[in-house]
Design a protein. Structure first.
Length: 221
């Protein structure tokens, strides 16, 4: 499985390409839909109906097209159309996998996604640390770093500009000394990052499986 290829496809599928085409209102704004300059206003005073003659004021109007090209732009961008199968596959996902894909690769900052991801990462961290003695204060400090670990990994994994946190930065954010961080917290921080990496791989694997199943169902394979 080529992880980088899947990442590129997901980022492309979830990107907003709407700026490449013009909506109807924008087209009207740039090119007025009605132009009466070419034809003089010649009023038609009477309209003959079945049994009566009704006066009316009707003015012929020359209407120009709202497109400025000989070949009009498609209603949907080509990239958006070609990546639709990946979006359909994403729509089949749920839970922490959907939240991760939406946040990490779709830049969706919905609070529900953040909450789902943090709860999953913390539950995985507790599973890893089962049997180890951890004080309540240490647990509180580590739990406050979950979202920071998610942001750190997502920034690196999705190709965003990531801020590299040094040991001193992390110690300061946790409210402990640098030596205390190195001795009691650095290993747990690595565990949080590792849990994010595993969620990333499992989410991309699950997405690839959904995508293949859709292609098989639709007869594309």
């Amino acid at each position: 499985m080529n992880i980088d290829y899947i990442r590129e496809r997901v980022i492309t599928a979830l990107a907003d390409h709407s700026g490449a085409t013009k909506g109807q209102l924008e087209a009207f704004e740039e090119h007025a839909p009605a132009d009466t300059a070419r034809k003089k206003r010649k009023r038609i005073h009477f309209v003959q109906l079945e049994k009566s003659r009704v006066s009316a004021d009707i003015e012929p109007v020359s209407c120009a097209e709202t497109r400025s090209r000989v070949r009009p732009l498609p209603p949907i961008h080509e990239i958006t159309f070609r990546s639709s199968s990946w979006r359909r596959a994403i729509s089949l996902m749920d839970g922490e996998h959907l939240a991760w894909i939406r946040y990490c690769y779709g830049y969706d900052l919905a609070y529900s996604h953040q909450l789902t991801i943090c709860q999953y990462i913390w539950s995985e961290f507790e599973r890893r640390c089962r049997g180890r003695k951890v004080t309540a204060k240490k647990r509180a400090r580590l739990s406050s770093l979950v979202w920071l670990a998610v942001q750190t990994y997502a920034s690196q994994g999705a190709g965003r500009l990531a801020h590299e946190y040094s040991a001193g930065d992390l110690a300061s954010l946790s409210g402990v000394s640098k030596s205390n961080w190195a001795e009691n917290y650095a290993a747990q921080w690595d565990e949080l990052i590792k849990s994010c990496g595993e969620l990333d791989l499992s989410s991309l694997s699950y997405l690839l499986s959904c995508h293949i199943n859709l292609k098989i169902k639709n007869g594309s394979i």
